[in-house]
Design a protein around this ligand. Sequence first.
Ligand SMILES: NC(=O)c1ccc[n+]([C@@H]2O[C@H](COP(=O)([O-])OP(=O)(O)OC[C@H]3O[C@@H](n4cnc5c(N)ncnc54)[C@H](OP(=O)(O)O)[C@@H]3O)[C@@H](O)[C@H]2O)c1
Length: 387
Amino acid sequence: MRTVSILGSTGSVGRSTLAVVDAFPDDLRVVGLAAGANIELLAAQVKKYRPELVSVRTDSDVPKLRAVIGDAVAIVSGSKGASDVASMPSANAVIAAIVGAAGIPPVYAALRAGKRVGIANKEVLVAAGDVMTSTAREHGGEILPVDSEHNAVHQAIRCGTHQEIQRIILTASGGPFLRRELDTFDEISIEAALAHPTWKMGSKISIDSATMMNKGLEVIEAHHLFSLPADRIDILIHPQSIVHSMVEYIDGSIIAQLSTTDMKFPIQYALLYPERVQAPFARLDLAKIRTLDFLPVDPRRFPAVELAYEACRTGGSMPAVLNAANEIAVERFLAGELSFPAIVEIVSRVLERHAGKVAPIASVEDALEWDRWARNEARGTDVAVSR
Ligand SMILES: NC(=O)c1ccc[n+]([C@@H]2O[C@H](COP(=O)([O-])OP(=O)(O)OC[C@H]3O[C@@H](n4cnc5c(N)ncnc54)[C@H](OP(=O)(O)O)[C@@H]3O)[C@@H](O)[C@H]2O)c1
């Protein structure tokens, strides 16, 4: 029996994780839940899964949750509370599915406690990848990718050695604006940007997929997870989202991983690895799909991708700054303050301002300090394309 703490249990990946727990009642048990502000859903999850410890985002939410669930379960709060859930002694695995840099302290706590961390929360690796991988090494923690692309690569690299890898090819759906006229990007509405063609996800990653910043963040994530430089991590647009990613070996063979667009597959893999178990989820029927398309990324349509490559090549604090500026720009777009093209424009300006300041990230505190700096810069930046 594997015991699991879920960070971000009320979100899209968190809910898929609970569906995986439901599917494997003899193998998986929930011991900790951490969420943000959705107290109603969290209370229902507590009643159903009976964890030992629950965390909410703010102190003021503690009595609200207590009023619904009573005294049976301990409730903690804030970043410290999420870190307590991540490092609780009775959990042997953690699914990290909080959105954004808010996940940095709890993921660090989990790795310091030697847990297996199934990581969906890519922003943690983007902002503090070296700290997380070295912490895992030092404390016996383990990082398994839940992001479907990296999970695919994790499966494909089991076919060869690190020296035999030529490159990684991350696939990308291209999002909702793959074929939209470029001169109409200024008019893109929030609803249109949230309408992802193949995946149903939280709002931040949906916007990141529309700008393709998501794929840029994934390049940095892959760099940390698989110890490869940015120039050996390529991106191919694959609108059907069936091939989740590929590894090309030096002999020219390419190994790909395919499944339906369902996060339960990578979550189940990360929780039960190295075992493969009989899964009850809907299978892929390639005869029905018939066609798989691939095309290169157009840098004029998706300028975020090159920004992320550049940040990855520069390293140090640059990726943390890219991530934080993007989080704020996306937040401002979702609040109706910015046009769609302004998201990437703001990130670009903050990166330019950071160019002479790049510093090493040797600790979580370093990452959080540059994260704060970039958030302030992105909040204070206005661009001509603002609404
Ligand atoms: N969705 C996908 O299919 C998918 C695929 C690959 C990777 N990912 C990555 O997985 C992560 C989660 O994505 P998602 O789509 O599941 O996002 P989501 O639906 O927006 O869920 C985010 C979760 O994080 C919680 N949360 C937010 N801020 C928090 C804080 N400060 N403290 C504690 N909890 C907090 C939210 O709680 P409340 O809702 O209660 O406020 C919610 O449970 C992201 O990093 C994303 O890039 C997602």
